[in-house]
Design a protein around this ligand. Structure first.
Ligand SMILES: Nc1nc(=O)c2ncn([C@@H]3O[C@@H]4COP(=O)(O)O[C@H]5[C@@H](O)[C@H](n6cnc7c(N)ncnc76)O[C@@H]5COP(=O)(O)O[C@@H]3[C@@H]4O)c2[nH]1
Lengths: 176, 176
């Protein structure tokens, strides 16, 4: 089951390393810019369709890129000073003040999408939605038991069927 | 099968993006330092034990870190200017001139190793060697059919059982 392995890879190779350090990056950001975010959690977007754009603002004009946090550097598997970077977004809403937070899509969903397009990968388009759900459930279980990550993330499952027609579905889901 | 999905993820989310750009990074490196490498291929190390150190030189004193290539920056899944970095190593041998090339371990093997240590991941220590072999075979098949990556990589399977006692097994395998 591809989604199961990708959820573990995403946790062991990324979330377990980055989430505990995020608080320190937010502190450095405050020291440099005097800016405090509305949420210190890592907001992780999981579209059921597995359609992942390169930039978050393509999906909702109430969201715009603000700034990157300071880089995290680690020696990993022979790569010297491999860099882990997270992006701050500003979410605007006609009635309230802008909401600043760290947001990104779950990158392994790109793999699920592309595998379903390559006939040699053994993974059909029909499987995709099921695999995204399996990825979400596996990841949620791992994170709930993770001492390093507890309470420092927000998994956001995005249902494209519910979103249809609502240009601000994404920003509303993030702020919830 | 975890290894199958990790091989596809490694190809679709990393090798397919980075290998085609490597030649250009080597050219920039030459423009900055006047240095040409002995091989322009990406040397990918796959230890059957799945034991992946943070630094390559820990394994063999004939190998030392030389320099990083210029960063590759891409907008990926909401992370602005995500950085992909590759490291050049210098391999020395008593009889020949130093051999410069780009080397790294296959990062997904770290996931295989750590999954085998977590009882909730459903993956035992006995499974590990088999899964590394499956990862290697799947990756080799994908890369052989890849127009983007053809002839620009070198997969190096490392047998810890054969290596035992030979402090320069790794450097010999890379230069072959
Ligand atoms: N050597 C190396 N250098 C890299 O820059 C790199 N980037 C990815 N990979 C490996 O390729 C494959 C596909 O990557 P993807 O981004 O889909 O999943 C990644 C991604 O969802 C997340 N992740 C890792 N690094 C970052 C990062 N810097 N920013 C955001 N997400 C990241 O965690 C997953 C597992 O990462 P790794 O376990 O390091 O191995 C990956 C993976 O096997 C890399 N391998």
């Amino acid at each position: 089951n591809v989604a199961h392995g990708l959820a573990w890879s995403y946790y062991l190779g990324y979330l377990k390393l980055v989430i505990p350090v995020l608080e320190e990056q937010l502190r450095k950001h405050y020291n440099q810019n005097g800016e405090i975010l509305h949420s210190s959690r890592l907001h992780i977007l999981l579209p059921l369709s597995a359609v992942v754009p390169a930039k978050v603002e393509e999906e909702d004009h109430n969201i715009c890129f603000h700034q990157n946090l300071p880089d995290i550097q680690l020696n990993r598997a022979g790569v010297r000073n491999r860099i882990y970077k997270n992006s701050i977004y500003k979410i605007t809403d006609n009635q309230q003040e802008p909401y600043y937070c760290v947001v990104e899509y779950a990158t392994p969903l790109l793999t699920l999408y592309q595998m379903s397009q390559d006939s040699t990968a053994g993974f059909s388009k029909q499987d995709r939605r099921q695999q995204v759900l399996l990825f979400y459930r596996t990841l949620r279980q791992i994170l709930e038991c993770s001492l390093e990550c507890r309470n420092r993330y927000h998994l956001i499952l995005l249902d494209d069927q519910r979103a249809d027609g609502d240009p601000h579905y994404l920003s509303m889901e993030i702020i919830k």
